[in-house]
Structures are given as C-alpha cells and as structure tokens.
Design a binder for this molecule. Structure first.
Ligand code: FAD
Length: 756
C-alpha cells in the first residue's frame, strides 16, 4: 500500500507488543485505585504531588526524557498511551503536567545544556511543577503581542511585565515566561522563553477565583525579576517558534478528549444499572465513535513528534474536535442530572461529576488557544491539504485505475452526469460494464472460486476509486458479501460473465418432496437488475447453508432507484428451488454479523472517499470563486465551513484507516472501529453535504455541476448497510454490557489493546 502523503496527515498507528503490554500494566495499576471526582485542575484530572512522585517511580513521568537526565527514554507514543490510561481512570496528573508535557520536550529540543541538567532530572522525579507564563491581560489569542520585557543585565536578564490566567502559579516551582528580548518590525520575532524560579525576588502571585470557586489560575506580576543568562530556552529571539511547538504538544494530548472521561464512564455505568435506560445507547455509541477517532489522532500526532515532525495543524485540528466533543458530552449528559437512579452512591457520584464538569466545560474550547483561532491555523493549510489528500483515497494502483475508468466515463460524455430522480444512474451502469470487462467484479474472491484472487482490501480500493469519482458499483453487494458467502459455502461462481449479489433477508428454508425450497421476502435487493444470481444464507436442521438462486427464477418488483441512482428491487420468494446449496461451518448468527461488519466498513470506505472529494471540491471552489473583490475563502465565515469540512473528512479517514488496518490482519473484523467508522461517516455525511452546498451557492445544485453526484451519494448511502443511529445504538449497548465497556471499545482498534 502506498504511504499517505499530506500537509495535514494522520498516519495509522500500529502498536508493538511492548506498547500493548505497557497499556495493560498501566490499566491494571490505574483501575485498582479509586480516584475521587476532582475540581482541582480543569484539564488534567486532580492535583496530587505524592501521586506524581509515585508515578515517577514506575517510570511514568519524564518518559520521553533520555536516561542520562534521569528519564525513562521512552517514546511519545508510549507516553500518550500511559497518559490515556491514567486520564481515563481519573488519576490526578496536575502536579507534573506542564513540565512533563511541554517543558521537557522543549528543553530536549532546544537546550541549553545547563538548563537540561538543572531541570530534566527534577521533572523526571515528578517533583517539578512548571507554570506557563504566556497570556497577558491584553494578549490572549494574539499572543505574539505580549509586552512583558526582558532586558539584558550582568549575568542574565531582568524581566518586567504582567502575566494572567497562569495555571498553578501559586504552587509552581518555576515559570516559563514568554517575553520580548529585542525589538523587531515583525511581532513574532524578538520573543524568547525564559525559565524563572517562582521564589525569585520581584514575583508576586495574585490568585484569581474561577466560577466553580476553585483557584486554578493566577495573575503573575514580574517586577525587575532576575533570570540567569543560561536559563533562556534555545536561542534568543526564537521563542515564538518554540512556543508554537510547545502548544502543539499542549493541544494534541489525550487530555483534550479525556478530561470528561470519568464523567462519561460514570454515566455509562449508571445506564448499565438503570432499568429501561436503552434510550441513551445511541448517545453513548456516538461519543465512543468520536473518542475512537480522537485516540487515533492523538497517537498519530505523538508518533509524528517521535519522528521529529512538528504537527502544528494536526494538533489544532485534534484540539478543535476533541474539546468540542468534551463540551457536547457535558451538554448532552446534563439532561440526566436529576434523574432518580439506583443505587444512590452511583447516582451521587454521577451528579458530582456532572456539576464539576458543567462548570468547567466553559474553558474546554478556550484554554490552550481558542477553537476559532485554531481553525484559522488549520485554514492556512487547507489548499495544500486538498491538493494532496487524493493520495489517501487512491492509495493503490487498483483504486487509481478504477477512478480513471469512472472519471473517464463522466469526462467523455457530459450527459452521463445526469441522473434524474428515481432513474438509474447511466454513468454507474457504464462503469459496471467496464469493471466486468476488466475482471474486477469478483475482485476479492479467490481464483479457486472463480474470482480475481484479490483481497477484501482490494475490494475496498475498487469501491473507493469509483466513489471518489462520484459513481456507484455493486462491489459491496457482489464481491464483498456474495463472494464471501460463496467462498464460505465452497461454491465457485463465474464472476467474469455474471454478477452475484447478497441482501439481508428473512428467508426460511424447508424440505418439500426431498428438495430444499426457500420462502420469504427480501425488502431491498440492490443491483439485482444486473445480477444473474442472488446468494442467500439460511439455516436448516441446525446447519448453516448458502444457496444460489437464479435471478430468472425470481419475480423482481422494481422500486424507484435510490437518490444516488442505484437500482433497487423487492423480491418475494415462495418455495423457490435454489440452483445450488453449499454447506458452511459457521453458525448463521456469527456469519451474518461478519457480513454486517464487512458491509459496514466497505460502505464507510465509500462514504469517506466521497466526503474527501466533497471537501476538496469545496475548498477548491472557495479559492476560485470571487465575491466582494476577493476569493470567498478569505471570509472567515466561509473558512470556518471549509475547516470543519476538512476536519470531518479527516476524522472519518482516521477511523476508517483504524478499521482497515485491522482488516489488513485478515480474518475477523473487530466490532468497535468498524461501528465507529459507520457512525462517523453516517453522521458526517449529512452535515458535510449541507456545508458543501452552502459554500457552492446556486451552481452546486445544478445537474451539470459534479457536486450533486457526491451529495446524493452521501445522503443515499447514509441509509445503506446500517444507519449511524443503528450502529451507535449497538456500540452503546455493548459499552453498557460490561465493566470498562466504553474504554475497552475505544481501545479496541489494532492500535489499541482489547480486540473483541
Ligand atoms: C482554564 C484556563 C487555563 C489557562 N491557563 C493558562 C496558562 O497556564 N498560561 C497561559 O499563558 N494562559 C492560560 N490560559 C489562557 C488561554 O490561553 C487564553 O484564555 C486563550 O489563549 C484565549 O485568550 P483570551 O481568553 O484573552 O480570549 P480572546 O483572545 O480575547 O478571545 C475572545 C474571543 O474572541 C475570539 N477571537 C479572538 N481572536 C480571533 C480571531 N482572530 N478570529 C476569530 N475569533 C477570534 C476567540 O476565539 C474567543 O472566542 C488559560 C485559560 C483558561 C480558560
């Protein structure tokens, strides 16, 4: 498979055995402790210096610090895994947080050596509390406008200024101060980061009470405070670059979606206990689906940092999506606060979590850089992103070839773009002929069974290539499902000359005059118009069997084509004699579940390709279309649309990749990531189509313009192979069914630990 190149990129993560073991060890450690709900620290659990020191003894503080400075010399990914387990359990990490997350990596990267020697061992011991002195009363989002100054004095610097919102300054050992060390025409130049001990003369800390009554942050007044020459991080004047890199670490960590996790887990537990609480399952499932995506994003960013990258835009995207989820989570669970629940201690705990997080939730999208400003950051790279993301969809020569075929059909005949409502899409019908001639119809079926000898992944690439061009194929109903069933029933089929399709049905079998006959109804049989055979699994006398039925032996009832222009029929079977019947070893329920997962992932892959194309088209259009004398992309309202569209497409891509990498391993597809991919694509589809049309204005709704081919597919496919609501309900139900159910599902990708 080709590598995915992109300006904003999230490469899939594969965990090593060591990393998986590490997760198990930390999980056992964290889950055997009881951490009370804490309002002490808004974004990193509670605050407990002794606990930080205890974690250090396990090697879980200063994990990325080299051994020569007292650290454990582990990777950022390992740190991310450890932190995730601890945050999910509600462990108090506030006492070592900033030093461990930001200061240590910055010192390792920029030096100087004297400061490394002085601080890194202390950080690794869990005993160093660092405050971040960046914001000022008049410098919030526009951080480069800070006015705190450092002037050279003998042996160092003298710093004067006022910092505000400085978390933990009242109990910190040191503060990193962003200050101006020289003047420059450009405000981002001439800034430096200097470390100052909090007990230095001239520092005054004034507490600020936040609306929950806690004292997390402070005003810090610096009056001629002396700082050592060699405690300036890196080079003088390079503070902005260093700070941006530090903030990327601050923004992309698991705390950006896991701060509210203990609340969520308490809610899930309460649903497990409450009778008749099924109505919350879809809500729980949707939250889990998003958390799976965010976990993948944050691990991927950590890996990029390990490889020496500076994924600033990726971090901004992850923080935007993560903190928005955290806020939404609190908003949605809040409605359950005053419900009467048994047992009382669990209900009380949930209520306490809700109150704490309700009051905190106002800061999620502000601290660490506001989401509006982060979107501007992402927005600057959107053009480049749109140009390079094609590689993600067309990742193999097969996907590329199918895309070229499909695109060629639309290019050669503009009339083929037209697909009036209820009628068959002519371009997709032509593509079907091309695929048949090219021998692609049975792409994932082994040659021994008459197919192309490719894999499930190959079928996904064909589906994606066609979808990215705005065309449909029967590859899911055919090769992916019918082909798989025929293989299970050890039946060959001539895919070069025919098409076999599968549809979920309630067909039953009985033996009449010594022959097996089938009866029942298939409500939605897709692509039967082009098929020679329908494949039907059934159970008889406790054994699973796979039947093939000639389409000619069925009376098909033609329904209007769906809004993507795909043919749909209904079929009633009454004592129909199958052409062949094969035996299958699996039990029917397990087989049907596997078929469901294969179909759901394939549909998600198709929809992810369409979402990607929608985002690219829209970004491109907004860069070309001029109104009021400039491209509409230059208006902030439009740019927000574009950024959200790209973020949604990217989140979907990450989860689809997570599910695909599990499929790469072969065999059984795990439920968690597949369900998450279906939930996220289904949910993103409607909003993405709406946004894409909004940005395109009138041109977007014409038959001639290609956007309609994508939005129609998003709408139509959001109802096929399971809706997002159905999959969210299933995810939610599973989460409620066992202890740690939600967390196990979130970590259930191959990049995680617990496969179900
Ligand atoms: C709990 C908490 C802890 C914090 N801890 C620290 C800390 O330890 N150290 C530290 O230095 N700072 C800290 N901060 C400060 C934080 O970084 C700032 O609050 C943040 O950068 C935003 O600045 P501001 O609050 O002044 O809002 P402003 O910048 O005034 O923004 C107000 C509103 O205007 C919007 N806005 C501003 N500019 C633009 C633009 N160009 N386009 C679109 N919208 C815009 C913003 O998105 C926001 O909605 C903390 C804040 C909180 C809430």
């Amino acid at each position: 498979m080709s590598t995915v190149k992109s300006q904003i990129g999230f490469a899939p993560i594969h965990l090593s055995n060591y990393e998986r073991d590490l997760v198990r060890t930390v999980r056992t450690f964290a889950r055997t402790r009881e951490f009370p709900p804490s309002g002490d620290s808004p974004t990193r659990g509670g605050f407990d210096r002794d606990f930080s020191i205890e974690l250090s003894a396990h090697g879980w503080v200063g994990m990325t610090i080299p051994a020569e400075y007292g650290g454990s010399a582990r990777s950022g990914v390992e740190r991310c895994l450890v932190i995730s387990e601890l945050l999910a359990a509600g462990a108090p990490l506030g006492a070592h947080w900033t030093a461990d997350r930001q200061t240590a990596p910055s010192l390792m990267l920029n030096g100087p050596e004297s400061l490394r020697r002085a601080l890194l061992p202390e950080i690794a011991s869990g005993r160093c509390l660092m405050a971040g002195g960046f914001s000022e009363p008049d410098s919030g989002s526009d951080l480069a406008s800070v006015r705190t100054r450092a002037r050279r004095v003998e042996g160092g610097w003298s710093i004067t200024g006022r910092k505000i919102w400085t978390t933990d300054a009242h109990r910190a050992d040191y503060i990193e101060v962003l200050c101006r060390t020289s003047d420059s025409e450009r405000k981002h130049e001439g800034l430096s980061l200097i470390v100052v001990p909090m007990d230095a003369e001239g520092i005054q800390v004034n507490p600020i009470e936040s609306m929950d009554g806690e004292r997390h942050f402070n005003e810090v007044v610096l009056d001629e405070v002396f700082a050592r020459e060699d405690w300036l991080i890196g080079e003088e004047g390079s503070g902005w670059k260093q700070l941006t890199a530090e903030l990327a670490l601050e923004r992309s960590g698991p705390e950006r979606y896991l701060t509210t996790f203990p609340l969520f887990e308490s809610f899930v537990r309460s649903r497990s206990l409450a009778a008749g609480s099924n109505e919350a399952h879809p809500l729980i499932g949707r939250i889990i689906a998003q958390q799976i995506g965010l976990r993948e994003m944050s691990l991927s960013i950590a890996r990029q940092v390990d490889l020496g990258g500076s994924p600033v835009a990726e971090a901004a995207m992850a923080k935007d999506l993560g903190t928005e989820l955290e806020q939404l989570l609190v908003d949605q669970l809040w409605a359950f606060r005053d419900e009467t629940l048994e047992p009382a201690p669990e209900a009380d705990r949930l209520r306490e979590f809700l109150d704490i997080n309700r009051l905190r939730s106002a800061v999620f999208t502000t601290a660490g850089g506001t989401n509006e400003v982060l979107r501007l950051l992402v927005g600057r790279q959107l053009d480049q992103w749109a140009k390079t993301r094609k590689d993600w969809v067309l990742r193999s020569p097969l996907a590329e070839t199918v895309f070229e075929f499909a695109n060629g059909i639309l290019d050669a005949d503009p009339a083929a773009r037209s697909a009036p409502r209820g009628e068959l899409d002519p371009a997709s019908a032509r593509l079907l002929d091309v695929l048949r001639e090219g021998g692609f119809l049975g792409v994932s079926v082994p040659e021994a069974f008459g197919g192309g000898g490719g894999s499930y992944q190959d079928a996904l690439d064909v589906v994606a290539g066609a979808a990215y061009a705005g065309l449909s194929t029967p590859i899911i109903e055919g090769s992916v499902l019918a082909g798989f069933l025929l293989e299970q029933g050890a039946q060959a089929f001539s895919w070069d000359s025919g098409l076999a399709v599968y549809a979920d049905s309630d067909v039953t079998a009985e033996v009449v005059d010594g022959d097996i006959v089938l009866s029942g109804r298939i409500n939605t049989l897709r692509w039967a118009e082009f098929a020679s055979t329908v494949v039907i699994p059934f159970e008889l006398d406790g054994a699973t069997r796979i039947a093939t039925v000639d389409v000619a032996d069925l009376s098909l009832e033609r329904l209007p084509a769906d809004i993507a222009g795909e043919p749909v029929h209904a079929v009633r079977l009454h004592n129909v004699l199958p052409k062949t019947v094969g035996e299958c070893e699996s039990n029917l329920a397990a087989l049907t579940a596997e078929l469901g997962r294969r179909a759901a992932l394939a549909r998600a892959v198709a929809m992810a390709a369409v979402l990607q194309r929608c985002a690219e088209m829209t970004i491109d259009y907004a860069a070309q279309r001029r109104q009021f004398g400039k491209p509409i992309a230059h208006f902030q309202a439009v740019q927000t649309h574009l950024t959200r569209l790209a973020s949604e497409a990217q989140r979907v891509a990450v989860v689809v990749d997570a599910a695909r990498k599990d499929a790469e391993e072969g065999g059984h597809l795990p439920f968690g990531p597949v369900a998450a991919a279906k939930v996220l694509t289904g949910d993103a589809a409607i909003g993405a189509a709406r946004t894409a049309h909004q940005v395109h204005g009138a041109i977007g709704v014409t038959m001639e313009y290609l956007l309609q081919r994508f939005s129609r597919r998003l709408w139509a496919w959001s109802l096929v192979d399971g809706t997002s609501e159905e999959y969210a309900r299933l995810l939610g139900r599973r989460a409620c069914a066992s202890e740690l159910g939600a967390w196990k599902l979130i970590t259930s990708t191959e990049g995680g630990v617990e496969n179900d």
